[in-house]
Design a protein around this ligand. Structure first.
Ligand code: HGY
Ligand code: MN
Ligand code: MN
Ligand code: MN
Length: 408
């Protein structure tokens, strides 16, 4: 078994960085908090004797050499950036769990055939720039210069934030790995749902990952006097948006598998006695089935056109990111199931509604995920919780999965 006290202690040491009054954490990419978090996690990697470095897109990597040094590397890891006011386990469990696996191997003087790298991917969440998985896209070689123009709420671009943190946006291509250099990628992550809790299981094997589609809607009506403008003469952008929110809920709810969320909303000018002239909001639309997601997207676009035409409102829809759903590799899934069997751990197979870095690596190497139980299924919330025992169970499964996959 891995050292669950050491793991637990590190999870809570990391959780202190970016902690808010609310008890939640905010650790945005290329922020001071993230830099501090990377320095702390990098020191844990040093403690384990790993070769520690940051690649051209800021991924923090700890490498353990194998018996066959130029054999394809086995990648494990997750992320340490967070959403606004997030929880302590979303991401850190996979990174600190990966370090714990390598430390346990070192303590037992185990050297595998394949080299192994534990990675804290840059900006998995996309909270700051509304464009996520920068680090895993960089490693997969699919990050483009145009992606780096995405802006945060203060108007700073990813490229500017990279420069400020000592990275050259022009050099992102250097982070790309070649297909034959990577054996597989396995990520341990909290489930962020209720299936494991409802079935009384600690860990689960992930079969597939729903693909997030992020859109930004801009509605342009006409600001006006709240007191002198009759209801039938208004072009109220917020009233149009409210009608569209109802349509989104109906269209997403219709399929039984799709989820749609309006997470960000801004209106202008925002005076108590002014009819809103402009509204901007985001839509996060997901389904494990890409064609179902696309049909719902089409229905929402048609409803948006109809509502805005009817009300004389201008409509613009920009695509922020479109990530296809991913099937997890059968080979990696069976390695995880074997690990659970070795540990005598009952498990189940489930899909992931949340997006993960492995989605970006699907064309680079076989990808798989292990889930650890989430209390009440809560995540992206300070109340996010996974017990010490369930964290340890997840890392034990990761440990045996790694031993299996790192054999030649
Ligand atoms: O948005 C997500 O699904 C993940 O938390 N990045
Ligand atoms: Mn998350
Ligand atoms: Mn996550
Ligand atoms: Mn993830």
């Amino acid at each position: 078994m891995i050292d669950q006290e050491r793991l637990w202690q590190r999870i809570h040491q990391l959780a202190e960085i970016g902690k808010l009054e609310s008890g939640g954490i905010t650790r945005l990419s290329f922020s001071r908090e993230e830099r501090k978090a990377k320095d702390l996690v990098g020191s844990f990697m040093q403690e384990v004797g790993l070769h520690v470095y940051e690649d051209a897109v800021g991924n923090l990597i700890g490498r353990k050499q194998g018996k066959i040094p130029d054999a394809p590397v086995l990648l494990i890891g997750s992320h340490i950036d967070s959403v606004y006011n997030g929880g302590n386990f979303d991401g850190p469990l996979g990174v600190l769990g990966g370090i714990e696996v390598l430390q346990t191997m070192r303590d037992r003087e185990i050297v595998t055939d394949h080299p192994i790298e534990v990675i804290a991917f840059t900006d998995e969440e996309g909270a700051r720039f509304s464009f996520g998985m920068i680090g895993s896209r960089g490693l997969a070689g699919t990050l483009r210069q145009e992606h780096l123009q995405a802006q945060d709420k203060q108007g700073a671009t990813i490229a500017e934030a990279m420069r400020e943190n000592g990275f050259d946006p022009g050099a992102i291509g250097q982070a790309a790995r070649s297909k034959d250099s990577v054996k597989a990628y396995v990520e341990l992550h909290i489930e962020q749902g209720k299936i494991l809790e409802n079935t009384g299981l600690s860990v689960g094997v992930v079969s597939g990952i729903a693909g997030p589609l992020w859109l930004k809607f801009k509605l342009a009506g006409e600001a006006g006097h709240a007191g002198t403008t009759p209801m039938n003469l208004r072009r109220d952008a917020l009233a149009a948006a409210a009608q569209l929110f109802q349509a989104i809920e109906t269209e997403a709810g219709r399929t039984g598998s799709t989820v749609g969320t309006v997470g960000q909303l801004q209106l202008f000018p925002g005076g108590i006695n002014i009819i809103p002239g402009e509204v901007e909001f985001t839509l996060d639309l997901r389904d494990v089935n890409e064609s179902v997601r696309n049909q719902v997207e089409q229905a929402i676009r048609e409803q948006a056109e109809a509502i805005c035409n009817e009300r004389g409102i201008g409509l613009q829809i920009a695509e922020l990111q479109r990530v296809p759903p991913v099937h997890c590799s059968d080979m990696v899934q069976s390695a995880i199931r074997d690990a659970c069997a070795t540990l005598g751990l009952a498990t189940t197979t489930l899909s992931s509604g949340a997006g993960h870095d492995g989605m970006q690596l699907k064309d680079l190497c076989p990808v798989g995920m292990i889930f650890a139980r989430s209390k009440d299924g809560i995540s992206h919330n300070p109340a996010e919780w996974t017990s010490k025992e369930d964290c340890a169970a997840g890392v034990d499964v990761l440990y045996h999965t790694v031993l299996h996959l790192a054999k030649y």
